[in-house]
Design a protein around this ligand. Structure first.
Ligand code: HEC
Ligand code: HEC
Length: 223
């Protein structure tokens, strides 16, 4: 377990759960207040280790939350949080967050990583994570515009074939073969892909606005 990530997350939970109220008129809005401290207003996360959850497919959202609740999915913090809600509430949350618009992290990968990551993506990942990782459905999460650090945590967990990281056999095989360098590159690639923001692969020119490079701060693998 990554203790730094865990303890900062836990600190927030304490603050957030202290002020819980369930009396607001808008049921899902009230529920979402307990998530915003970490996942950002309307689910557009500003924390590198915390995924953006706005606009994700409602059935994927619900499945992940239910897995967290039942302790069937690897988590540093979400298991504890999801256990505090009834299944019907998880459904409401899924509806609420999926109705929001996806907001990309807009990171820039260190030099050379975008194209190296694209090569990994094209060879191993595009079959399911179509459209440069923008595609999503009830089983496949969107990767494009997600925080690279978060994606890397997930990939490390998948690669170690953690018993609580459900993944298709094909993904397991492909992720297994990748080096740490490949993983970092492909996460850098996804972090940089966005709807408005693209790196022109032909010219190597970057267009659109982006944040500073963020991959330098990647944390080590979770055990
Ligand atoms: C203390 C910080 C924190 C709070 C509060 C929090 N989350 Fe999370 N969330 C995380 C972290 C960190 C992860 C990555 C999984 C893990 O390590 O637990 C995550 C993962 C998720 C995911 C999985 C996304 C994916 O792409 O697989 C969903 C969905 C989610 N959270 C929804 C919620 C909802 C809904 C709430 C409010 C009820 C909430 N979270 C509150 C930190 C938080
Ligand atoms: C056979 C289809 C398939 C292939 C090929 C595949 N994936 Fe996936 N991927 C999935 C599915 C399905 C999930 C959701 C699994 C789950 O429920 O945890 C997923 C989840 C992920 C996640 C977690 C995202 C999140 O928000 O938690 C990452 C990161 C990821 N894949 C990256 C990759 C990379 C990188 C490759 C190529 C090396 C790859 N995948 C190849 C199907 C695939």
């Amino acid at each position: 377990m990554n203790t730094e990530r865990f303890s900062s997350a836990l600190g927030l939970v304490c603050i957030l759960t202290a002020g819980t109220t369930a009396h607001a008129e808008n049921f899902s809005q009230a529920l979402s207040w307990n998530c915003n401290g970490c996942h950002g207003p309307a689910g557009a996360s500003a924390g590198q280790a915390i995924p953006g959850i706005a606009g994700i497919h409602p059935r994927y959202f619900f499945k992940v939350m239910r897995d967290f609740k039942l302790d069937e999915r690897q988590a540093t913090i979400m298991g504890r949080i999801a256990r505090g809600y009834r299944t019907a509430e998880l459904r409401e949350m899924a509806k609420h967050f999926s109705a929001n618009t996806w907001t990309s992290a807009k990171t820039i990968a260190p030099e050379g990583q975008f194209l190296a990551g694209k090569a990994v993506h094209d060879e191993h990942c595009v079959e399911c994570h179509e459209d440069a990782g923008r595609y999503q459905d009830k089983e496949i999460p969107r990767l494009a515009g997600q925080w690279p650090s978060y994606l890397l945590y997930q990939l490390a967990d998948y690669q170690q074939n953690h018993a609580k990281m459900p993944q298709p056999d094909k993904m397991r095989e492909r992720v297994k073969k990748l080096t740490r360098e490949d993983l970092e590159a492909v996460c850098g690639f996804y972090g940089q892909v966005d709807d408005e923001y693209r790196l022109d692969v032909e010219s190597g020119l970057i267009t659109g606005e982006a944040q500073a490079p963020l991959l330098g701060t990647l944390a080590p693998n979770r055990p």
